[in-house]
Write a new protein. Structure first.
Length: 212
């Protein structure tokens, strides 16, 4: 972590250093929320796009984070339906992300005893990191009623493929609704469990994201 802070001090302007650091250090808290959409108020009480947007752009340009933008409709081409003001921010170093939470959290992850929203956020970041490093561009989808959220959408052969990430076994209500409404050729459910297929829904262990 200290090396990242030193990079910020070395390369960022004096006026921006603290804001850039604050934005970066807020990401573990952003991912520990029930809904992991980035919120400037989590960075600071005075947080706003005007205050921190350039700092996030600096972190993206430095390769320290990547953004995943919401879309108004999950249709090809996704870029045409992006909502630039609604996004999630993920750390590009998953080991560093887990270190933010401390040794006890890392140990709980290894023992699979961690519970709560933070676990889901860590797994989201993990899957995002795996898929983007495989070259996929990703978006996410949350409808206007806030009743349906799909963690990731990727495009393959002109089709939009939904991916739901679950940190534990359980029902996939949002993914089921997505399949019924938008009829993708297939959909992925990534879980801490085994392989399974049900109609167009393919269930895979989380680590198998590397093979999508």
């Amino acid at each position: 972590m200290e090396s990242y802070r030193e990079d910020i001090k070395h390369y960022a302007s004096t006026a921006s250093r603290q804001k850039i650091s604050d934005g970066y250090l807020s990401i573990p808290r952003q991912l520990a929320k029930k809904y992991t959409k980035f919120q400037y108020k989590v960075v600071s009480k005075e947080g706003s796009a005007r205050r921190y947007e350039n700092c996030l752009n600096w972190l993206v340009d430095a390769g320290m984070i990547q953004l995943c933008v919401n879309v108004s409709t999950p249709q090809f081409p996704l870029v045409a339906y992006e909502k630039p003001d609604q996004f999630k921010a993920y750390v590009t170093d998953i080991g560093l992300l887990t270190s933010f939470y401390g040794y006890d959290t890392q140990a709980a992850l290894l023992k699979d005893t961690l519970t709560g929203p933070a676990k889901g956020g860590i797994y989201e970041n993990l899957v995002f990191d795996i898929l983007t490093k495989r070259g996929f561009g990703l978006n996410y989808y949350k409808n206007d009623k806030n009743t349906q959220e799909i963690e990731f959408l990727l495009v393959r052969d002109g089709a939009v493929i939904p991916i739901e990430v679950k940190s534990k076994r359980g029902a996939t209500v949002s993914l089921n609704h997505f399949i019924d409404e938008f009829a993708p050729p297939y959909a992925y459910k990534l879980v801490a469990g085994n392989v399974g297929v049900s109609d167009t829904k393919i269930t895979l262990p989380l680590y198998m994201a590397m093979f999508l």
